[in-house]
Design a protein. Structure first.
Length: 296
């Protein structure tokens, strides 16, 4: 799927955009299912295990920041990850044995949909090695005014910046950190069906959606099967217990086979503890943890 040039670009810069990675038919199905889930949120008045509500959400005008764990809500999300060109990109970058850590569908409602402050995914879920990445599959056209992904090329090779404030994990860096190189920011826009890829240690964020269109991006956070999560992250997997974890793990296998001997690499790790007062989503973590906004 990927050319040697594309793989080298990802290795050097820590991100990549792959155009039209799903077929028109696959995209239409994803859009239809997603619209159905958003419609189903009309009767919800508080964030729950399925939906993270944005301010102003109501039955007449549903406003979501996120659909949680979409791969557990409809099989189309799981199928696209495991049986499409998305799968080929994954194997080109992580090898034959891969596993899904989690998935989410960030909806970013129009007219001020919440920003995601600058952060490195690695700060949320460190592992035994950093062969992890996130896909961002665009379900609608993404333009500069509706909160596109912002990245800093090459930052995956640098340090993991502090994501703490006031003694708790706030899920965001301090925008005044001297190692935050604002002048190197790249904006990743694209057409529906395009997909971004970013390394687990890449600095990234996204501004509020100030357009009149929702920004729907389906994120898959994937790992090489030899990269095992460290205890201390906020993922639901840590609360399952051994047997349920094993059952869930088998469902999350994407390609290849499980690897029971973790690869231990010399990687920088700071556990995301103590947790923010509300760590039910990145949005709640950043707000309740007192993160300083780069977009204020």
């Amino acid at each position: 799927m990927l050319s040697r040039e594309q793989q080298d670009f990802y290795a050097e810069n820590g991100y990549l955009k792959v155009e039209q990675v799903v077929t028109p038919e696959e995209l239409a199905e994803l859009q239809s299912v997603t619209d159905g889930l958003i419609d189903a949120s009309r009767g919800i008045t508080e964030s729950d295990e399925r939906f993270d509500l944005d301010s102003g959400h109501c039955a007449d005008t549903p406003r979501l920041t996120r659909i949680k764990l979409p791969h557990k809500q409809d099989p189309v999300y799981d199928r696209i990850l495991k049986h499409s060109k998305v799968t080929e990109v994954l194997n080109d970058l992580l090898g034959p044995d891969t596993v899904l850590n989690t998935a989410k569908l960030n909806c970013k409602a129009p007219g001020g949909g919440a920003a995601v402050e600058w952060h490195q995914d690695w700060a949320f879920y460190p592992a035994t090695n950093d062969s992890l990445l996130a896909f961002g599959l665009m379900l609608e056209d993404v333009t500069e005014d509706n909160g596109p992904l912002l990245v800093i090329p090459g930052s995956h090779k640098g340090p993991v910046l502090s994501h703490h404030a006031g003694g708790v994990f706030c899920g965001a860096i301090d925008p005044d950190d001297p190692l935050f190189e604002k002048d190197r920011i790249v904006t990743l826009t694209g057409k529906a069906g395009d997909m971004t890829v970013h390394h687990v240690r890449l600095l990234h964020g996204s501004a509020p959606n100030v357009s009149d269109r929702a920004r729907k991006i389906l994120f898959y956070e994937c790992a090489s099967a030899d990269a095992w999560p460290l205890l201390g992250g906020s993922s639901y997997i840590h609360s399952l217990g051994q047997r349920k974890f094993w059952e869930d793990f088998q469902d999350r296998m994407i390609t290849g086979a499980p690897v029971f001997t973790p690869r231990l690499a010399d990687v920088p790790v700071t556990l995301p503890l103590p947790p923010a007062p509300d760590n039910t989503s990145i949005f709640k973590t950043q707000i309740s943890g007192g993160a300083k906004s780069a977009f204020a």
